[in-house]
Design a protein around this ligand. Structure first.
Ligand code: 0GY
Length: 310
């Protein structure tokens, strides 16, 4: 099947630079996607955008180029609840990729077991209105209860202004809960202002809540790298991410977000994104937790030598 990209769609950066920051051995890119290819894994009829293809082979080549050892592949909304592209990538990764799926209430226990066998360890609940249609909270809570029995966690994606309304639902979830991109703070607002304080309170009062300190390119209002100077991009996001890393060093993850869906103005150089890491995790100990210890504990607990947390 042939798919036409959404008008204005930016393709991923074809020739990323090699990072100057040398990733610790065993680092995990804990937030990335595969798109199709549409000819093999058609995009979902209910999708809100049609991306360019971004295959598992291209993802694994990027992993090697940047110096990562492993990936966590998060189901993208353009594939709806059809997890085949993501599950295939995990299943064929030689154990080097885990996945986060999207499922509906109708998913069978057998399907969940097959996803587990492929490498899936979580489900994603998306509350970003431009990306998904509404799903009733009782359906999501039922799914959370079922996947908890498999030792999976729940990934939540929402925007900062929606946290008050979603608070009761999020704090009732019975699993480890991983927030995408720090709950998308508005970095024009003060670091110590009420909006980000609520997010920090969410993490402080609930020790099952983790955060990805990812997507500076999505959160930054400082403009593309060329305006900020070579390799000094996205600095307006640094104080927010650094605060989360230093306050909750054992509950943070980092990912490239390749192939960067829905960016309208510029497509980041993934090598430059890796060079952002030492600005938000400023010691070798923090870098190791962020990139190795934490993702291993959540996605490869059998290798990290720890008991499941759910
Ligand atoms: C991200 C962010 C976005 C998209 C998706 O699944 C998706 O379509 O997550 C976005 O548009 O903000 O994490 O990839």
């Amino acid at each position: 099947m042939k798919f036409e990209k959404t008008p204005g769609w930016l393709d991923w950066y074809a020739a990323p630079s090699r990072p100057r920051f040398s990733l610790p051995s065993g680092s995990v890119d804990a937030h990335c996607h595969v798109f199709g290819p549409g000819a093999h894994f058609p995009y979902a009829p209910e999708r809100k955008y049609t991306p360019c293809d971004a295959s598992k082979a291209q993802l694994f080549a990027l992993r090697d180029h940047l110096g990562f050892a492993r990936n966590v592949i998060v189901q993208a909304t353009c594939h709806g609840a059809d997890n085949r592209a993501m599950a295939d990538a995990c299943f064929t990764s030689d154990g080097n990729a885990r996945g986060v799926a999207t499922v509906r209430r109708s998913v069978t226990d057998r399907e969940l077991e097959m996803l587990h066998a492929a490498g899936v360890r979580g489900v994603r609940f998306n509350f970003v209105k431009r990306l998904v249609d509404f799903t009733p909270k009782d359906e999501l809570m039922e799914i959370a209860g079922r996947v908890r029995l498999l030792g999976w966690h729940v990934v939540i994606y929402f925007e900062a202004q929606d946290l008050p309304e979603l608070w009761d639902f999020f704090t009732a979830l019975p699993t480890t809960v991983v927030v995408d991109h720090m709950g998308r703070p508005d970095v024009r607002k003060p670091l110590d202002g009420p909006e980000f304080a609520l997010f920090l309170r969410f993490m402080r009062e609930h020790d099952n809540v983790w955060s990805k300190v990812s997507c500076p390119e999505r959160l930054s209002v400082g403009g593309p790298p060329a305006l900020n100077g070579e390799r000094a991009a996205y600095r307006d996001v640094v104080p927010f991410a650094r605060r989360v890393v230093e306050t909750f060093p054992d509950r943070v993850l980092w990912g490239t977000d390749w192939p960067h869906p829905n960016l309208k103005e510029h497509m980041p150089d993934d090598g430059l994104l890796v060079d952002f890491i030492p600005h938000i995790a400023v010691t070798a100990a923090l870098q190791r937790k962020l990139l190795v210890d934490n993702p291993m504990r959540l996605y490869w607990p059998e290798e990290a030598g720890v008991a499941r947390e759910n």
